[in-house]
Design a protein around this ligand. Structure first.
Ligand code: PLP
Length: 361
């Protein structure tokens, strides 16, 4: 069996032809009509009132926070189990992440603990719908409204996943998507801010375009940056969006195939997932001593990846005097299995056979 990567992107003639056509059409490369079209497709798909694309999911989160004026001295509550970008997006402009533990059923931020963590400096909460799953966002919206807090949804992993009938990233004040390589659609790098709030949308647009007072001029009434997208990326994004519905179905099939093939192995724990609402970007299992399993799978040409370590204890953050037991427990056991949209049923079955054999089945 050829090596099965844990994740790989998928492009074909559609993207190649679209880039060629764009380049030969005299497009300037910089964000313009193709970017606007990509934004419209995303807004239409998610139901968001406004969509602003930017350089990455990290910068989408940063723009979301800056658009509400969050900065030095402000605290942002977030889960301890997430990709480190969630925290770094706040740190970039001097805000301080305040970590809380997660719920074991969904691996989402523990809402009761959010309530306890709110202090005088708290300005915002970031909810992370890890792997497209969500806990009770309505309860979190209520809590944030009551306490005057800005609710940001880090929906980087959640394009195509829903809470009830609402797309993730459209329920809080603002939501953020990522189009980095491992995501269900990719533009190489890229991210988007989703919001129904016209003021937040206008601020985010201005912040990413040098703080220009109007399009195309050099009059600046506020500080801004260059976090703009490119039309080169947008033409790829538009083609990837056309493939999205099929990809989401495939992601759900992949999840179900693994779940069924590995059912009954007592050593494996799962986060149960409703594929009616959730299109998991990665399939993850939880096993004690995952390193031995990962090594065995590598021997058999199967790529895996441990899930994120608890952020508070990362050297970059340096809060290892704190403890978040649920995060620590899941982070120590979580292993991502091969999950690309390109994976074949045969490769999934081969991977599941190898896992079964490891557990002596
Ligand atoms: C939950 C989460 N937040 C933020 C990010 C950052 O996105 P990007 O890599 O586009 O900066 C990621 C990327 O994997 C993520 O998974």
């Amino acid at each position: 069996m050829d090596f099965i990567p844990q994740i790989e992107p998928s492009f074909d003639e559609k993207e190649a032809d679209a880039v060629r056509e764009y380049v030969l059409s005299g497009g300037w490369g910089t964000e313009f009509k193709k970017t606007a079209e990509f934004e419209s497709r995303l807004a239409e798909f998610t139901g968001a009132g406004h969509c602003i694309v930017t350089t990455s999911g990290t910068i989408a989160l940063t723009l979301a926070l800056l658009a509400r004026g969050i900065g030095p001295g402000d605290e942002v509550i977030m889960p301890d189990l997430t990709m480190i970008a969630t925290a770094n997006a706040a740190t970039l402009f001097g805000a301080k992440p305040k970590f809380v533990d997660i719920e074991p059923e969904t691996l989402n931020i523990d809402i009761a603990q959010v309530e306890r963590a709110i202090g005088p400096k708290t300005k915002a909460v970031i909810h992370v719908s890890l792997n497209g799953r969500s806990n009770d966002l309505d309860a979190l919206v209520r809590l944030c409204k009551e306490r005057g807090l800005y609710l940001v949804e880090d929906a980087a992993q959640s394009l195509g996943s829903y809470f009830g009938d609402r797309h993730l990233g459209t329920i809080g004040d603002v939501g953020c998507l990522s189009f980095s390589m491992p995501k269900v659609i990719t533009t190489g790098q890229g991210g988007a801010v989703l919001t129904n709030d016209a003021e937040i949308a206008a601020k985010a647009r201005k912040l990413k375009d040098f703080g220009r007072a109007g399009g195309g001029n050099d009059i600046h009434d506020t500080i801004g940056f260059n976090f703009k997208f490119t039309d080169f990326q947008a033409v790829i994004g538009i083609e990837q969006m056309a493939k999205l519905p099929k990809r989401l179905e495939r992601k759900k099939d992949i999840w179900r195939r693994y779940r069924e093939a590995l059912a009954g192995i007592d050593e494996i724990a799962w986060i149960e997932t409703d594929t009616g609402k959730v299109a998991p970007w990665f399939v993850e299992i939880f096993v004690a001593g995952r390193e031995a399993l990962a090594a065995e799978l590598k021997e058999k040409s199967i790529g895996t990846r441990p899930i994120y370590p608890p952020i508070h204890a990362q050297e970059a953050i340096g809060l290892d005097n704190l403890s978040f037991p649920v995060t620590e427990d899941f982070a120590a056991r979580g292993l991502w299995l091969p999950s690309s949209v390109t994976i074949t049923d045969r490769q999934i079955d081969y991977t599941c056979d190898a896992i079964r054999a490891f557990f002596g089945g």
